[in-house]
Write a protein that binds this ligand. Structure first.
Ligand SMILES: Nc1ncnc2c1ncn2[C@@H]1O[C@H](COP(=O)(O)OP(=O)(O)O)[C@@H](O)[C@H]1O
Ligand SMILES: [Mg+2]
Length: 269
């Protein structure tokens, strides 16, 4: 069975697809076999990234290390209207059709609650929740006392994850390793950063996730999307030399992948 990595957060723009693209590419570059499913059925950023990567690779002399994209069939394929039934059928078909030899299955979720996303959470061996350094993002995880910044209790997304954990426990599966990572960390706004950091530390103990270092806000994390590339592919994109920001970004990616503690992965890029 593949180790399932789910990228989830019921909020858009937190960096799920960006983090998923980089982790997928890093695993493929290290020689692991990776299958990818994109449950953000309209936006499909991760699927689009992979399509761009196939196109780039097809044009280049040496093929790029690649993950296998497992597309979901549209509702028409099943003769069903759009909705949970069609989504479930597409998801089940995709699960059986994906290369069962793949070591990892990466699943990218939409930034809102959907039926499929909830099912994927219950299947996760590793759940990665990126968030921006903002109390607006924090609000999906927990409620905060506005006077003291103390955590009052879990909120909507954490409760969904709690339900997924419970479902797994009842079915005897091993527990989800839930990881929260702070994305787009900036060099400014120290007070806010410290406050969010300490609230997250508090929360990680209370609801049981691991807080790991994430990506800074860097152009390199987004600028190669249309070619289906990441900073790990810069040589293939014709770059002669990495600049300081690129080197720092690669270190952030290394640290992130190492902190995921995935089975049989030792970071060597
Ligand atoms: N670390 C980062 N540095 C720079 N831009 C980023 C970073 N992470 C995400 N972005 C940009 O932020 C936006 C939202 O990221 P995305 O990965 O699409 O979020 P989500 O999948 O959670 O909706 C995109 O425009 C993306 O390119
Ligand atoms: Mg996305």
């Amino acid at each position: 069975m593949a180790h399932i990595l789910v990228f989830g957060n019921e909020k858009g723009g937190t960096g799920k697809s960006t983090t998923a693209m980089h982790v997928t590419t890093a695993l493929a570059r290290m020689g692991h076999s990776v299958a990818v499913m994109d449950l953000d059925l309209r936006q499909r950023s991760l699927g689009r990234y992979l399509e761009n990567r196939y196109a780039f690779s097809a044009k280049s002399e040496t093929p790029l290390p690649m993950a296998t994209y497992v597309p979901l069939n549209p509702p028409e394929y099943y003769g069903l209207p759009e909705g949970n039934d069609a989504a479930l059928r597409a998801f089940q078909d995709a699960l059986v059709s994906f290369d069962s030899q793949a070591e990892f299955l990466v699943v990218d979720c939409p930034g809102a609650h959907t039926y499929l996303s909830e099912m994927a959470h219950a299947m996760a061996d590793t759940l990665i929740t990126p968030m921006n350094d903002s109390f607006v993002d924090f609000d999906l995880l927990a409620r905060i006392n506005p006077d003291t910044d103390a955590v009052i209790g879990p909120s909507i997304y954490s409760e969904m994850v709690w339900g997924a954990r419970k479902a797994r426990a009842e079915s005897g599966s091993k527990p989800i390793d839930w990881i929260v990572t702070r994305n787009r960390i900036g060099a400014q706004n120290m007070v806010n950063k410290r406050k969010v950091g300490s609230a997250l530390n508090d929360l990680s103990r209370r609801i049981g996730f691991r807080l790991i270092p994430g990506f800074s806000d860097r152009v390199i994390f987004r600028e190669l999307f249309t070619q289906g590339l990441t900073l790990l592919d810069l040589k293939d994109a014709g770059a002669q030399k990495l600049n300081i920001s690129n080197i720092a970004a690669r270190q952030e990616l290394r640290d992130l992948v190492a902190a995921l503690k995935l089975p049989n992965v030792s970071v060597n890029f």
